[in-house]
Design a protein around this ligand. Structure first.
Ligand SMILES: [Fe+2]
Ligand SMILES: [Fe+2]
Length: 169
């Protein structure tokens, strides 16, 4: 007996084109998370100096969270009948999170993290809007991830404020 396709929701036949569009948005989100993991590993190891320690510890925690996000996006791509892309499809975009000239330049790292989190926040808001009334499961997942990114950005905005207050940023 042939299995029956779902007649309602994002997995239904008549939602095929919306589903494909959504899978593309999720692939972009997946790559953003993967690149963030790379950037945060580098920026949690490179910095020098006493003041760098807080940033290093923060980024170490974030690496685990961002990796978790990447896995969630990958799972959802599959559930929506998509295929998680291979590494050859990866194209780097985070020019702002490259190692600074001097490894004591913590402000460069803080600003780069804020930029990365802001990019994620913008893209995830877009997915939340796209999935509204279309795919509540993806929407629910991305709302939760968005909450994490907003927390990350707020934390690093706090670090930046401290440097600004001291005239260092
Ligand atoms: Fe993330
Ligand atoms: Fe984040």
């Amino acid at each position: 007996m042939a299995t029956r396709a779902s007649s309602t929701g994002i997995l239904s036949q008549d939602k095929a084109s919306e589903r494909e569009e959504l899978v593309e948005l999720l692939k972009k989100a997946y790559w953003m998370e993967i690149e963030t993991v790379m950037s945060y590993i580098a920026n949690s190891v490179n910095p020098d100096g006493v003041r760098a320690q807080e940033i290093i510890e923060s980024l170490q925690e974030d690496i685990e969270e961002e990796l978790g996000h990447a896995k969630q996006f990958a799972e959802r791509i599959k559930e929506l009948y998509g295929v998680v892309p291979g590494s050859l499809e990866f194209a780097a975009e985070q020019s702002y999170l490259q190692p600074p000239e001097h490894q004591t330049d913590i402000v460069h790292v803080i600003k780069g993290v804020i930029e990365a989190e802001t990019g994620a926040i913008e893209h995830y808001n877009r997915i939340i809007e796209f999935t509204d009334g279309l795919d509540f499961v993806t929407q629910d997942m991305v709302i939760e991830i968005l909450h994490d990114e907003e927390g990350h950005r707020r934390l690093f905005e706090g670090y930046l404020r401290e440097y600004e207050a001291e005239g260092l940023a």
